[in-house]
Design a binder for this molecule. Structure first.
Ligand code: C5P
Length: 253
């Protein structure tokens, strides 16, 4: 039997060569995401749920005309995606003050921002993904001014979609992080949403209870609402019937 080729392995995902040129298979592990502070422990079944959740959000975006790399889910832990050239930026959209923004600017966590704020961080784990300005991005050639205009438009459309979906299930989208990739169609380049959209890249607050189903809560205070992966999948109706964090998921390939 031929062994498939691993293209990349990160903390939470593995990319394998896809079945056709220009495709990849994205495999979701249970390990915590890279760069999480405090370091995020592995959560059993997380990869299965993030595969479902990312499928839900990405296919929703595709269906409203926001291009993403998602093609289809293959099995419990894998999805087929388009190969894209990743722009070396983490694009963060914030609706409410929290995390880095609250620390840096002293704005109390939970404060509604006057408008969504888009920030850029240079993807370099060794440097701790430092925040960068448009000036750096353009001067160092990571993206052009036109790319940045397109990235902001893309990020704000994703924000509208995600915020709306979350609001409908009693969850506030405080902020999230996007990765953007380039794909070429003939001579034309398009920017698309890449990587994943899941609780690993979103800060989510429950509006139905007092406790926030925050990703950080998974490691700090396990409780009924702390399990953001299961709770989000349950509220969205995409919880695979045989998956919880207490029973080991069964791989189907
Ligand atoms: O830590 P900070 O407040 O900058 O995080 C903003 C958003 O970006 C959070 O939703 C967090 O989950 C996400 N993020 C991420 N990956 C990183 C850094 C932040 O998904 N490496």
């Amino acid at each position: 039997m031929a062994r498939r080729k691993k293209v990349y392995e990160g903390k939470a995902k593995i990319l394998y060569e896809g079945p056709e040129p220009g495709t990849l298979i994205q495999y979701y592990k249970d390990d915590g995401r890279a760069g999480a502070t405090p370091p995020q422990a592995a959560v059993e079944g997380k990869g299965v749920l993030n595969n479902r959740l990312s499928e839900f959000f990405m296919s929703g975006l595709n269906s409203i005309g926001v291009p993403t790399h998602f093609i289809r889910r293959l099995n419990m832990r894998e999805q087929l995606v388009r190969m894209a050239e990743i722009v070396p930026l983490e694009v963060v959209v914030r609706n409410f003050a929290a995390g880095e923004l609250s620390t840096r600017l002293g704005i109390p966590e939970g404060t509604a921002l006057p408008r969504p704020i888009v920030e850029y961080y240079f993807k370099d784990e060794k440097l701790g993904d430092p925040m960068v300005a448009e000036e750096h991005i353009i001067a160092f050639g990571w993206a052009s001014q036109q790319d940045l205009d397109d990235i902001v438009a893309l990020a704000l459309r994703v924000n509208d979609f995600l915020s709306g979906v979350m609001m409908g299930i009693g969850i506030r989208l405080a902020d999230f992080r996007l990765e953007v990739g380039r794909i070429w169609e003939g001579d034309f380049m398009r920017l698309i949403v890449a990587d994943e959209i899941s609780p690993d890249s979103c800060r989510l607050w429950d509006t139905r209870g007092t406790e926030a189903p925050d990703r950080e809560g998974v490691t700090r205070e396990p409780g009924p609402l702390a399990d953001v992966y299961t709770e989000l999948a349950r509220r969205l109706g995409v919880l695979p019937s045989n998956v919880t964090h207490t029973t080991k998921p069964t791989l189907i390939n």
